[in-house]
Design a protein around this ligand. Structure first.
Ligand code: GUN
Ligand code: ZN
Length: 444
């Protein structure tokens, strides 16, 4: 069966990184556009008047005129077991892990419980317009199974892998180098490149793995060169000091991971708030990726990521929520905080660049740009229908907003989950906002 469906709306997608504030060569925008989908993939996109001529007569057209269609957002670093401890009061990273995170992750030894949270988590992602994520589960293999099983039903593209941790954590959460090896190997066979899934070998961070376990991580990566490596790096000052005490023989935090050959194109090191010039250089040389987590870095008082330097030096970065350190699932609200971090560094993050990051940029950060991130023909039809007037204030402001860039900027600063009118994965409707605030306001 090859039945096509076409979606009509204003349509925006990026084809490249915007080089300047209004780089019109980096994106395509059709005020009255049509996105044609068949078998879960993009068949065509373009101007309605043009595309309509090419469609078979019986093609169903779903009309979202007045709304904006964009590719689904991608979150490059998020923890699903931390959904229930989002917005936990009063601590910085290491105390927060001990007091909130570890006791909560313990519950994920129970598959039924993990499944319940995984289902809620995925729905919350979709409600916020996120269709793909790089996700940390817990140390338990069943927590990986729970996530992938739930995501499989929804046909979502996901990257995840069991956390490895064998020290500096409660006994109940520790594995061993041997278990790290055998369990990860089993999970890679079970999930890597199955459905729309990829596996990430996931030592939590240098503090919670012994040298023996990091050695095993190196072996796992060598034996499975096309899986991802996912961990944390230099998020918090006390964390960096602790790493220096644990690994005095290495140049710095990045060098610990480097010693075990963990840097590379599919290696994702969340945060990088406190890294030296040398570490920047080493991450750049190895094409490693650093997810930038502004909401989390503010919430946990970790510091400001030097995004200006990262962009100037061509470090591969992504944007991420880092829930539950991050206090929102909304990538739009991440953009809001990202803008302020850049502003504090004297840089204005342009709205084009912001939305490039949420879509094609984050797809590139996860080496998934051949599958998702824009509407190139043959990519998965993961997309959002965005309401640019989702609150009375946005609706009011829209009357005075002239350009596409201004509309996108308003979206990034003033909007949140309410703006996501509908979320589609593989061309299937998975979320629809029941209540249209704007029509409610206007009908009263
Ligand atoms: N570093 C090690 N584990 C974690 C975690 O769960 N969240 C954050 N934000 N940083 C970490
Ligand atoms: Zn994290």
């Amino acid at each position: 069966m090859n039945t096509q469906t076409a979606f009509r709306a204003s349509i925006l997608h990026f084809t490249d990184m915007p080089k300047s504030r209004s780089d019109t060569t980096s994106y395509q925008y059709w005020k009255d556009g049509l996105l044609v989908v068949a078998d879960g993939k993009v068949v065509a996109v373009g101007d309605t008047a043009e595309i309509k001529k090419t469609l078979p007569e019986n093609t169903q057209i779903i009309d979202y005129s007045g709304y904006l269609i964009m590719p689904g957002f991608i979150d490059t670093h998020i923890h699903y077991p931390q959904t229930e401890i989002i917005a936990s009061y009063g601590e910085q990273l290491l105390e927060w892990l001990n007091n909130y995170v570890f006791p909560t992750e313990r519950k994920f030894a129970d598959k039924d419980y993990a499944k319940e949270v995984a289902n809620f988590f995925l729905i919350e992602l979709l409600r916020n317009g996120t269709t793909t994520a790089l996700v940390l589960p817990s140390v338990h293999s069943v927590s990986v199974d729970a996530l992938f099983e739930s995501a499989r039903r929804l046909q979502m593209c996901m990257i995840s892998g069991k956390i490895l941790m064998d020290r500096n954590a409660p006994e109940y959460l520790r594995d061993t180098p041997e278990l790290a090896y055998t369990e990860s190997t089993k999970l890679i066979k079970k999930w890597h490149k199955k459905s729309r899934f990829y596996y990430a070998i996931t030592p939590r961070f240098a503090i919670t793995s012994t040298e023996a376990q990091l050695e095993v991580t190196k072996t796992l990566l060598k034996e499975n060169p096309d899986v991802y490596l996912h961990t944390h790096l230099a998020e918090n000052i006390k964390e960096v000091e602790f790493v220096r005490e644990l690994f005095p023989q290495y140049k710095d935090y990045t060098d610990v991971y480097d010693h075990y050959n963990l840097l590379g194109k599919r290696s994702i090191f969340a945060h990088g708030v406190h890294i030296s010039d040398r570490e920047f250089q080493r991450l750049i040389e190895t094409e490693s990726v650093v997810p930038w987590c502004p909401t989390s870095n503010f919430f946990l008082g970790s510091g400001l990521f030097d995004v200006n330097k990262a962009v100037k030096l061509n470090l591969r970065i992504g944007l991420a929520t880092d829930v539950g350190g991050g206090s929102t699932f909304s990538m739009l609200r991440v953009l809001n905080e990202a803008y302020k971090v850049a502003a504090l560094q004297g840089v204005a993050l342009s709205p084009l660049k912001s939305f490039y990051y949420l879509t094609l940029g984050n797809a590139k950060a996860l080496s998934l740009e051949n599958q998702i991130g824009n509407f190139a023909q043959g990519k998965f039809a993961d997309f959002l229908v965005i309401d640019l007037k989702s609150t009375p204030l946005l609706a009011f402001k829209a009357e005075h907003t002239k350009s596409l860039e201004d509309a996108l900027f308003d979206l990034s600063i003033l909007a949140s989950d309410r703006a996501i009118k509908a979320t589609y994965v593989c061309g299937e409707l998975l979320h629809r906002r029941e209540f249209d605030t704007t029509s409610f306001v206007h009908s009263n």
